[in-house]
Design a protein around this ligand. Structure first.
Ligand code: MV4
Length: 449
């Protein structure tokens, strides 16, 4: 087992990982930027090393600074958390070359899944359903041939994109060449790779993802699905487990597809297979995330499995510790952000007053405290409020009760926005798709005249 793990991250997830390490009697090393000198992950880790100035590029994304911190503290493994370098295959490889264990899947698998065209091809090979689509579009002729075959509307996606970045919806032939050109230029600038591919565009789908786990002995299993359709501009706002209104047959079918694919690619670690679910309850592979996800706690709440402990054990060569688990009850996660509930503008600054909810079936993963100053340099996530109860209705009531208890003073938060979601009849009825937040905002705008 590892003796000391460096956490290449900050915020709530750094604390989450420190907690798992402490329980496993593994020492922790925090790294931090100058803007995070007063952060809780620095306080709660066994050791902490400053790795540079506030800018992420110079600190949390700085390979050399992070690896040097691991060397000077004699850490034997690196946990990347989510975001920052978590899906960077070069960084994972760099760690390994420096003699550090990587708590994540193999760099080759990270690279395969990071290339959305290759990932799609791998899923076709594993017999996982994908939408009608194309390979890399090299020429205008390729573009027209693919669109003709697939039929409008289509979506152009950057092969190096993901998470909704670098996508263009094309309604008809008229804009095809132009949008492809713009898409290529944007992809080249953003990802250093202009390659684009095409898929049939599915309007207002549901976003369902499956938590998968594979080990170095060839075992692969799953921990069920999460419903992540409540999102705005590709930022998830609220997630739940299990999904709502899915037949046992449908669930079994995408669980099997996800598990088969995980085994087929020889995936070692925890990962997520993202599926799009259309109005006819047909599911299609979208992408695989080769990291621990922000929303992993809802899966932990309904399964009882500590996913970070599992990641560490698997990275040490152990076997997956469970199989065939059935979800118990229902869990909902609400992302509490430092942003205006109306305009969504970020709201960094000093937290002058704080009350964190508690009670049975309540978990709050957060790095904030009274007096903490939320820096403007990073994402706006303040806390994840995670509730668990016997069923979805009870979980919604518990979440609403917790929001009433949650007080953050000094900065703006989206707590009021969450109350609006939980009170919405469509949400309560479980009628969520990726258009839900847009409809809610449109209704709100209309009711104001
Ligand atoms: C799609 C899609 C519809 N059709 N692909 C967004 C995140 C990334 N994982 C894939 N995403 C989507 N891919 C096809 N073929 C719809 C989404 C999508 C979306 C698209 C536009 C605006 C908002 C969206 C919200 C969720 C998913």
């Amino acid at each position: 087992m590892f003796k000391k793990v460096l956490i290449a991250n900050r915020g709530e997830i750094a604390l989450r990982i420190i907690r798992a390490l402490r329980e496993m009697q593994i020492k922790s090393v925090a790294v931090y930027s100058q803007a995070d000198a007063n952060a809780l992950h620095v306080k709660f880790a066994d050791q902490a090393v400053c790795i540079g100035p506030a800018s992420s590029t110079l600190s949390y994304l700085n390979f050399a600074a992070i690896i040097s911190a691991a060397e000077v503290t004699a850490a034997d493994a690196v946990h990347p958390g989510y975001g920052f370098l978590a899906e960077n295959a070069e960084f994972a490889e760099c760690c390994k070359r420096c003699g550090l264990n990587w708590i994540g899947p193999q760099p080759e698998v990270m690279r395969l899944m990071g290339d959305k065209i290759r990932a799609r091809a791998a899923m076709v090979k594993a017999k996982v359903p994908v939408l009608p689509g194309s390979g890399v579009l090299q020429t205008e002729a390729d573009l027209h041939e693919a669109a003709e075959r697939i039929g409008f509307p289509v979506i152009l996606k950057a092969s190096a994109g993901g998470g909704g970045r670098g996508m263009k919806i094309v309604e008809d032939k008229g804009r095809l060449v132009q949008d492809w050109g713009t898409g290529r230029a944007e992809a080249a600038a953003a990802f250093g790779n202009p390659d684009m591919y095409m898929e049939r565009y599915c309007r207002k789908p549901r976003h369902i993802e499956v938590q998968v786990v594979g080990d170095s002995h060839g075992n692969a299993t799953h921990l069920g699905e999460r419903e992540c359709s409540v999102q705005r501009r590709h930022q998830k706002i609220l997630e739940e487990a299990p999904g709502t209104g899915l037949s046992d047959e449908l669930r079994a079918s995408f669980h099997k597809a996800a598990t088969d694919a995980t085994r087929r690619i020889g995936y070692e670690g925890v990962g997520t297979m993202e599926f799009l679910l259309d109005e006819d309850d047909k599911f299609y592979f979208m992408e695989m995330n080769t990291r621990l996800q922000v929303e992993h706690p809802v899966t932990e709440m309904v399964s009882g499995v500590d996913l970070v402990r599992e990641q560490i054990n698997i990275a040490c060569g152990e076997r997956v510790s469970f199989d065939g688990l059935k979800p118990r009850g229902h869990s909902i996660e609400l992302r509490i952000n430092a942003e205006d509930s109306e305009s969504f503008a970020p709201s960094p600054g000093k937290i002058t007053g704080l009350n964190i909810p508690g009670g049975l079936g309540v978990r709050v993963d957060t790095h904030i405290y009274e007096g903490y100053v939320v820096p403007p340099h990073y994402d706006s996530l303040l806390a994840k409020l995670i509730v668990h109860d016997t069923d979805r209705d009870a979980a919604i009531r518990r979440a609403a009760r917790c929001l009433d208890e949650f007080v953050v003073e000094g900065i703006k938060t989206n707590i009021a926005f969450h109350k609006g979601i939980l009170n919405h009849p469509e949400y309560r009825a479980g009628k969520v798709d990726t258009g839900f937040v847009g409809r809610l905002l449109a209704q709100r705008a209309a009711s104001r005249g």
